[in-house]
Design a protein around this ligand. Structure first.
Ligand SMILES: [Ca+2]
Ligand SMILES: [Ca+2]
Length: 460
């Protein structure tokens, strides 16, 4: 989560306080008694595609339509996504937050309320009801997709005011959620009798103190902990929000308690730092180094930056690559080129909902997903790079591998490159070039790429 979002929360809080709850949310409270679907069986999970074998879908963006419909929107798309080669969907924080029906979920109040208790102004969350979430997860599983929960462990929001002896004043640290689970008080937030502070705070939010055994026990330790409640509900993996705000051991302990694919949002452009955090937490990390280098390359028109350090180059198995997310306001020029980059390179790539559904050419993305899942294997050799051209080779292991040619100039480019294939006919699997050249005995071949576009070559 991004610092500029603090203003959003603040303004929404003011708006919320100024509204009369009864008038605004009356309709919401009526349509909530629907029979619950059964929790997913282990059998249902057994057929899931392995996470990382395909591509992740970030199944939301900032300010998706409110009104409790988003889970149903996503449910309507998962079959097509799975057919396209997606292997997991990442959902926004699913539990009731302070801003209730308006919240994107990053101001968590009651971790156990997926939209079944009338608190914080509504029964449903912004995204829907418990039943609708359960139905979405069941549908995703039936389509072999894993479901990744967005977990906010750094801070809470929405507690009542109480006198806090550690601050000598009143603080909003009195939490008595309607689920009746994980009540909190000033002892559970910084500063307290255990710690004055931890690695970081987010804005003015109440900063959870993981040094308290009570907090650790509720978050992941006990049989009805938050982590186990989510897992039993059907979530398969975890995306941890703002992990700069607490020790890497918190993520590690959560993962050890319930297992599952895990990725942390350590917002830092330094590849060495990301690699360090990933090693400490023993989970994956979003490759912010790759994100910033791609921005320099495609926004700054200097593809030489793709030569620079990124997490996937240090530890591909722990790098989750992305072109944009719900927090990044910068628009990368020629975004499809950035997707051509992450979908042909190492790391576990993520596609942003709006890029796929609203903004970019879905056929081009589907083609790149297919290339990622079927051809782009093995380690990477960069064959050529200058300001506006980039050529790299995936050397193959379980498939033939590829040569990807990215052209950020305004004219066609062609170039002799060294492949891993001798006397072999190859073709461009994007269809952008109609050439079908035969590689020389020494494995060299001439390939081409159209202006502001790319080509991906492999054995015909
Ligand atoms: Ca709904
Ligand atoms: Ca913190």
């Amino acid at each position: 989560m991004k610092t500029s979002k603090i203003l959003y929360f603040f303004l929404m809080s003011l708006f919320f306080i100024s509204c009369s709850n009864d008038e605004v949310f009356q309709e919401k409270e009526q349509s909530t008694t629907v029979e619950k679907e059964p929790v997913n069986s282990a059998k249902n999970r057994a057929n899931l595609k392995p996470i990382g074998s395909g591509v992740m879908m970030q199944a939301f963006y900032w300010d998706v339509p409110a009104g409790g419909t988003w889970w149903n929107v996503v449910k309507g798309k998962v079959a097509a996504w799975s057919n396209a080669g997606i292997d997991a969907i990442w959902l926004p924080p699913a539990s009731k937050a302070q801003n209730g029906p308006f919240s994107m979920g990053y101001d968590p109040f009651d971790y156990y309320d997926f939209g079944e208790y009338n608190q914080m102004g509504s029964v449903e969350t912004r995204f829907g009801s418990t039943t609708e979430l359960q139905s979405l997860i069941n549908t995703a599983h039936n389509n072999r997709l894993s479901v990744i929960a967005d977990i906010v462990l750094n801070h809470n929001s929405g507690g009542n005011s109480e006198y806090n002896p550690f601050k000598g004043t009143n603080t909003y640290t009195d939490y008595q959620p309607m689920s009746g689970l994980f009540n909190r008080s000033y002892y559970d937030f910084h500063p307290n009798d255990a710690q004055a502070s931890d690695e970081g705070v987010f804005g003015g939010f109440a900063d959870l103190s993981h040094s308290k055994s009570y907090v650790r026990d509720w978050l992941w330790g006990r049989s009805n902990s938050v982590a186990k409640y989510y897992k039993n509900f059907g979530f398969d993996g975890w995306r941890f929000d703002y992990v700069k705000g607490f020790g890497a051991w918190v993520v590690k302990d959560w993962k050890n308690a319930v297992g599952g694919f895990s990725v942390g949002e350590y917002w830092d452009g330094n590849a060495a730092t990301l690699d360090w955090w990933s090693g400490q937490a023993e989970v994956s990390a979003f490759d912010f180094a790759c994100y910033y280098r791609m921005r320099d390359a495609f926004q700054g028109n200097n593809l030489n930056r793709l030569n620079d350090d990124m997490l996937w180059k240090r530890n591909a198995s722990k790098a989750v690559t992305f072109v944009t997310n719900h927090d990044t306001d910068e628009i990368i020029n020629n975004k499809i080129l950035a997707y051509a980059y992450i979908l042909t390179h190492e790391g576990y790539p993520t596609i942003f909902y709006r890029d796929y559904e609203d903004w970019l050419d879905k056929n081009k993305l589907n083609n790149l997903i297919w290339i990622h899942n079927n051809l782009a294997s093995g380690n990477t050799s960069i064959l050529y790079v200058d300001n506006d051209e980039y050529v790299a080779r995936r050397n193959g292991n379980n498939s033939a591998g590829i040569v990807v040619y990215i052209n950020n100039s305004n004219s066609w480019k062609e170039r002799w490159v060294e492949t891993n294939w001798s006397n072999t006919r190859i073709k461009d699997y994007t269809g952008h070039s109609g050439w079908e050249p035969v590689t020389q005995g020494g494995k060299w071949v001439k390939i081409q790429a159209p202006p502001k576009s790319y080509s991906v070559w492999s054995v015909k």
